[in-house]
Design a protein. Structure first.
Length: 404
């Protein structure tokens, strides 16, 4: 079990889990910016706390066996052993977390440490609570209880974890006689290899940002939503990478599971191209699950040109045609507008159209001006093009009169 420490600076609890450990130092080193300008101060607090552990609990608790291989349909027992470290205790509470997708609790039997026992199991959350107490204090080592499991799904490692935080009375604890002080100092968990079929459902992961199939911004937040079918497995870290220029590039390793899983990607130095996002999820069962999503990085707006006759035909109508080009994602639609006279107001002729031509009826003696813009499938929208004029009232040219 990783050591847990205390510090007077609340900012040092970077993970927000209520206590300070090497995990908080890791988060600080990975550049998590919650502490801001207090980086040096928090670093000092963490360093001092990790050099001087103040958790003086002498009692221990461990699971036996701590490992093993079991097949689907097989049953096995796990004993909960406590050692009071030479201190007399009035009682003990143990909270265990297991994977309800892979294991099923058959029964729980009392151990030899206390005369009074209680237990409960919540299959929905995969949590077991076992308590022991008695009129006479207990001093020494013994078994608090035994849990009999049945394997219901295989092809997965499966952890059995003692929920424990020093000085926290809502999870596992051992209470000293008379003082009722918490003296549990360390715990030992278990990890089992489960084999056979059916297989345990894997974690599911969905990239919730960027939204859609395209990236059009320089600064992007990549986020992954991780879910478990039974809630028995918890993601501990997500390693984000992106594939471009024929190679994988690391973005960030997110180890803070309390605010979702995310990483930033600044694309200023990357040319527009098809890319892939990868998130490698490590969970409490020791599994590593990979999720990949393909995207198109397209930040360049398409181009479009419009074609009209120079002069208004005598018949009064003509065809306006246009076309466009996009560098990557492809053309989505066009906006075409016109105005009557240089000082006229712009009027939409076609809006978000996928067609490439339209009949236009003009009036003799009027000049018309046309513009076009295109948008691509990524959502980039170009500015309107330069005006193209159709002259129905061409300027008169007067030649000089020469008197011979």
């Amino acid at each position: 079990m990783a050591s847990v420490y205390f510090t007077t600076d609340s900012l040092a609890d970077i993970s927000g889990d209520g206590f300070v450990s090497a995990k908080d130092m890791s988060l600080l080193m990975y550049g998590w910016n919650r502490v801001g300008d207090d980086f040096a101060n928090v670093y000092g607090q963490l360093s001092q706390a990790m050099m001087a552990q103040t958790n003086t609990g002498v009692a221990t608790l461990h699971l036996s066996p701590s490992s093993g291989t079991y097949n689907v349909g097989q049953e096995f027992n796990v004993q909960i052993h406590i050692d009071t470290g030479g201190q007399s205790v009035d009682g003990a509470d143990v909270v265990l977390r297991y994977d309800p997708c892979a294991l099923e609790v058959q029964d729980i039997t009392a151990g030899d440490t206390f005369s009074g026992h209680s237990q409960s199991t919540c299959p929905e959350t995969g949590e077991i609570e076992i308590s022991g107490s008695g009129q006479a204090p207990f001093n020494g080592s013994g078994t608090l209880g035994t849990v009999r499991f049945r394997v219901v799904a295989g092809n997965t490692p499966s952890g059995l974890q003692v929920q424990f935080r020093p000085a926290n009375t809502t999870d596992s604890n051992i209470a000293e006689t008379n003082t009722n002080n918490e003296i549990l100092g360390s715990v030992g968990n278990a990890m089992f290899n489960l084999t056979g079929t059916p297989s345990r459902p894997s974690l599911s992961g969905t990239f919730t940002s960027p939204d859609g199939s395209y990236l059009t911004r320089m600064d992007n937040l990549v986020t992954l939503e991780v879910n478990d079918a039974c809630g028995g497995v918890i993601a501990e870290a997500v390693d984000f990478d992106v594939y471009y220029d024929s190679a994988w590039h690391s973005l960030e390793v997110d180890r803070n599971r309390y605010d979702g899983w995310s990483a930033g990607w600044h694309t200023a130095g990357v040319t527009d191209q098809n890319v892939s996002l990868r998130a490698v999820v490590s969970d409490t069962n020791g599994n590593v699950t990979t999720f990949i999503q393909g995207l198109t990085l397209d930040r360049i707006a398409p181009t479009a040109t419009i074609t009209v006759p120079v002069f208004l035909p005598s018949i009064g109508f003509f065809i306006v045609t246009w076309n466009g080009n996009d560098n990557l994602s492809g053309l989505a639609s066009y906006d075409v507008r016109y105005k009557n006279g240089e000082d006229g107001s712009w009027i939409d002729l076609r809006s978000q159209t996928t067609t490439t031509s339209v009949f236009f009826v003009g009036e003799a003696g009027h000049n018309y001006y046309f513009q076009i813009r295109a948008r691509d499938l990524a959502g980039n929208v170009a500015v309107f093009s330069a005006e193209q004029g159709v002259l129905g009232d061409p300027p008169k040219i007067y030649l000089p009169f020469i008197n011979r």
